[in-house]
Design a protein around this ligand. Sequence first.
Ligand code: FES
Length: 386
Amino acid sequence: MSASDTPRDEGHDTPRRDYTEAELAEMSRDEKMRLGLALDGVELLHYEDPFPVENTRAEKRAERAVAAWFALAGLSAIAFIAVFVFWPWGYVTPQQGGREYFLYNLYTPLVGLFLGLSIFAIGVGVVLYAKKLIPHEVAIQQRHDGHGSEEVDRQTTTAILADTGVRSGFARRSMIQRTLAFSGAVLGLGTGVIAIGGFIRNPWATEGPDSLKHTAWMKEGDEKVYLRRDTGDPHDVSLLRPEDIDAGGFETVFPFRESDREDEHKLVSVLRRSDAPVMLIRLRPGSAPIKRKGQEDFNYGDYYAYSKVCTHVGCPTSLFEQQTGRLLCPCHQSQFDVVNTYAKPVFGPATRSLPQLPITVDEEGYFVARHDFIEPVGPAYWERNS
Ligand code: FES
């Protein structure tokens, strides 16, 4: 049976009558597909298989071209993951120069290049497949009122979809299947790496860049760790004394060691370390904030030093409101009370107090850190209460 044998409903272009299950079972996929089109009022003007004879050299050539793009997408995704995870990305100053600086500068371009190339190659592969291997079809459909699907509609629609799948030849093109699966899987993995790559850290590491237990304020031996301002010039080291801050005032400070002067990289990079900025606040005389258990001696008189990194998601808590004695984070409006408590969050999404840096003043009258923070700074993930 073909569409031309099918009677049409009165008043409709669409041929329609009841089809028995036996009739439908007898029809081939092609007949059902064409019947389905006819029932929907679709006229198939042109339906040409690009390769009517299977496995010709031309078809194999087209298939290889598509597979090559999918393979390229997969390889690019692997390169993207490798660069994202293994390429040296730590900041290197221009003054340091050399190979490290060269490699550091390539990190972002390479990440973008390989991810972009992978997505681009998958796109080209899909377009090539559609252009070269899927039957070229021209069809016209008249708009008509919709109604609920009948059995014949369901079966003929299934046949149309199945026909598209079979005619596209995807099921028998194993090379394309494999390369597409390869590229899709690796690219999917790559997207996962973007999301979790930055968190591949060992929260229990006590040394090295993976350590969350230490910050830029960690003491090394007996060397003092001073509190310095960032004057905009890393070579201009400006240390702080108590008299430099008025009552009710504050200053953003960074760590400085005398040995940093001999190490250009440290001198510059410590001003950029995300765990380095600290708010040094001088409370008004008479303020008596509740102190945190075990940290009762972390302040120096009216001077209190708190990590500037918000415990919500890490923005700088750069606003100190003298009237209320609160540190404000501009990102999501968390507020930390430093006048009445130990920088406990009293408003907004942050749930953890700002870590306090223990400070004192040395014999020459400069502020120094007594030791590192005793808890990790920054957003509250991992074991932030340790
Ligand atoms: S980062 Fe500070 S409130 Fe969200």
